[in-house]
Design a protein around this ligand. Structure first.
Ligand SMILES: Cc1cc2nc3c(=O)[nH]c(=O)nc-3n(C[C@H](O)[C@H](O)[C@H](O)COP(=O)(O)O)c2cc1C
Length: 336
């Protein structure tokens, strides 16, 4: 396959792939507040190669949803090669390979984070992607399976495959999503690799993004849980990077307006029933840490129509009392 482009240009802040969350609606809301690069959620190479219906839903996008990366999961050479053929016919900006997912149903098949235990297999799979891809290739890893002692070696193996960049979640597989971030190991990886190193983990506000840059020397950061119900995080991190004053946290009116827009996008994409199911989670995330709306967060679980959802957003707007001190520190849902 001809190489169209083997160099990568990534901005300093990127929206991470988030399984079950990274829909077109979610990406567009974040782009609206400055997100300069986003990823589709992980897609299994076999489903992608075989064009399963679910994969079709996961890849829904539009011309404004750019630049956009695709992320593959898997460990079968044949399906990775088949997936590459399909990718070459589409216009993604980069291809990432997932060696970080800790879910049981993934690791029992030797995929995702299980590849951290066999860095030589990870390198071989990455080589297949690098060889056959017409767009830049990256890898997303964690610091290791159980401890971070070999994190530098794993990252070096991945780099040796010829990938263009690496995303590193600063926790091991065993640490899931809740432990502290190991900034020191991330720093060691950054110092050891020549390719750009992007750090992921606990980027919940601009100060934590700054801490990540300062402590690791990373080339960029990936925002994950920090963007849930909080698309403003992008404009805040970008202001911090450009040495501009950080914009004030959004008012209740802006939060409600964004919720309405997000719900309407979900509705257009997924229809009434599914959009209500999806948006209930977002309602809870948008309203986290805000006083006066506790009862609404329970009531939202019983919403049954789009009209009711819009009414619930309006009720939030009239009842909410924003306490910024709290809102700055709450974006850390535990997905373990
Ligand atoms: C619900 C959820 C889904 C995720 N899905 C993916 C995924 O599809 N691909 C991936 O590489 N990482 C995935 N991640 C990991 C995140 O991209 C990120 O690396 C991790 O959450 C650490 O960042 P944070 O502490 O800022 O949330 C997921 C995380 C969560 C919480």
């Amino acid at each position: 396959m001809n190489k169209k482009n083997n160099s990568i240009v990534l901005p300093k802040v990127i929206l991470a792939p988030l399984a079950g969350i990274s829909s077109l609606a979610f990406r567009m809301i974040n782009r609206g507040f400055g997100c300069p690069y986003a990823f589709l959620e992980m897609i299994h190479a076999r489903s992608f190669a075989l064009s399963s219906r679910k994969t079709g839903d996961l890849t829904v996008s539009n011309a404004d949803d750019r630049p956009l990366g695709i992320q593959l999961l898997g460990n079968e050479d044949y399906y990775l090669e088949k997936a590459l053929e399909k990718i070459s016919a589409q216009n993604y900006d980069s291809l990432d390979f997932n060696a970080a997912c800790p879910r049981r149903k993934v690791i029992v098949k030797g995929e995702g984070a299980a590849l951290l235990k066999t860095p030589q297999i990870l390198k071989r799979l990455l080589k297949i992607l690098v060889k056959g891809s017409c767009i830049p290739v990256s890898a997303k890893i964690r610091l290791g399976w159980e401890d971070a002692i070999k994190s530098r070696d794993i990252a070096c193996y991945a780099e040796d495959s010829g990938i263009n960049a690496i995303f590193v979640h600063g926790r091991t597989k065993i640490q899931g999503y809740s432990s502290d971030i190991d900034y020191e190991s991330l720093r060691l990886i950054k110092r050891s690799l020549k390719i750009p190193v992007f750090a992921s983990g606990n980027i919940f506000n601009a100060s934590l993004a700054k801490k990540m840059f300062d402590e690791t020397g990373c080339d960029g950061v990936m925002v994950a849980r920090g963007a849930l119900g909080n698309p403003w995080i992008f404009q805040e991190i970008i202001a911090m990077l450009e040495n501009h004053p950080i914009p004030p946290r959004p008012s209740v009116d802006v939060i409600a307006q964004t919720m309405r827009k997000h719900f309407n996008l979900c509705f257009e994409l997924h229809g009434e029933k599914r959009s209500i199911y999806i948006f209930r989670k977002f309602y809870a995330w948008y309203t986290r840490g805000i006083s006066g709306v506790k009862s609404l967060r329970t009531k939202i679980m019983h919403t049954a129509s789009a009209k009711e959802m819009i009414e619930m957003i309006e009720e939030f707007r009239t009842k909410a009392v924003v306490n910024n001190a709290v809102r700055n520190n709450i974006f850390c849902d535990n997905f373990d």
